[in-house]
Design a binder for this molecule. Sequence first.
Ligand SMILES: Cc1ncc(COP(=O)(O)O)c(C=O)c1O
Length: 376
Amino acid sequence: MTPAYDEAWFASRATPGVRGLRAYDPGHDVVALRARHGAALAELGSNENPYGPSPRARRAMQDALELAHRYPDPRGAALKHALASLHGIDAGSIVLGNGSHELLMLLAQVFAGPGDAVAYPRYGFAVFALAAQAAGALAQVAAALLSQGPMPHGHDLEALRGVIDDRTRLVYLANPNNPTGTWLEHDALDAFLDDVPAEVLVVVDEAYAELADAPGYRSMLPRVPRRPNLVVTRTFSKAYGLAGLRCGYAVAAPGLVAVMERVRESFNVNGPALAACAAAVQDQPWVERVRAENSRQRDALAGALRARGLGVGPSQTNFLLVEFGDATPEVEARLLERGVVLRPMAGYGLGRYSRITVGTADENARLLRALDKVRA
Ligand SMILES: Cc1ncc(COP(=O)(O)O)c(C=O)c1O
């Protein structure tokens, strides 16, 4: 009999990990929403940076278009050099990715397979589960914190340590975390790293690190040279305002980087992205301005939402997790009608909450005005 050649048939031919996967759900058709609402659309669903990139990065990407007919530098040497000098590390400890998403997936592909396990916290970044499953590894999901004030979703390091066993190859956690916005104190995370068996790799996803300014928060990047089982991932999609160019990086022991390089697609980061990111790294005052403005707007928005009686989680990112309770789907749908896009959280098992990106002062004001009408 001729096969049906439909999705079910092809899935049956896929590797066991891929068989059970579902494709990424983008949530909304933002292209259609932009066409409908134009400049009035408040895009608060994807944790992008509303201020965009440094002007130096814009110029660099435009100049790089002159070389669009050439392959980009497969080693990304100029960008690695800029990052090495920013962080005071060796360029050989950096691997570049087409977004940090690619690197998170690659880490599982390289270091975990069928018979291995990958540990990560409940309400951790969605890609952790995807990476483990696509690699065909067993997922070890640690319970979330239940005692952190009104928003009980932060990472519980004790629970995470508890799920690690001799099958565990890789541990993922994000600090600060998406979608909760919560963060871990540096000393607590350092103690956790001390406690993890030395042969288990720990990936600390720091996509929002440049936006964090809490006194107890510190990046794990300076720890990498002394912790060969630690991998830190960063992205240009958030504080640097370059989400559309797709570029991220991982910092790890040079030996680990060398193994990742065996499977990294040679030209995974395109020329304009390499040029723009190298220029962006050299404009740290821009990043500082973004961080300061984001913190100001985050505090103001959180205050305004709390003043309306809503539960708002603590956040060291550019988004807030907000509790609308039973009304969540209706609030989201009615805001969307008014051109305000939020991120529904049902896919994370947090259906009583919405994730709201902190926008500009003007976007946040539009959100609040629309919210008042919707909830009246
Ligand atoms: C915690 C976290 N890690 C990684 C990423 C992926 O970022 P990118 O692939 O754009 O570098 C995101 C994106 O939202 C994120 O929230």
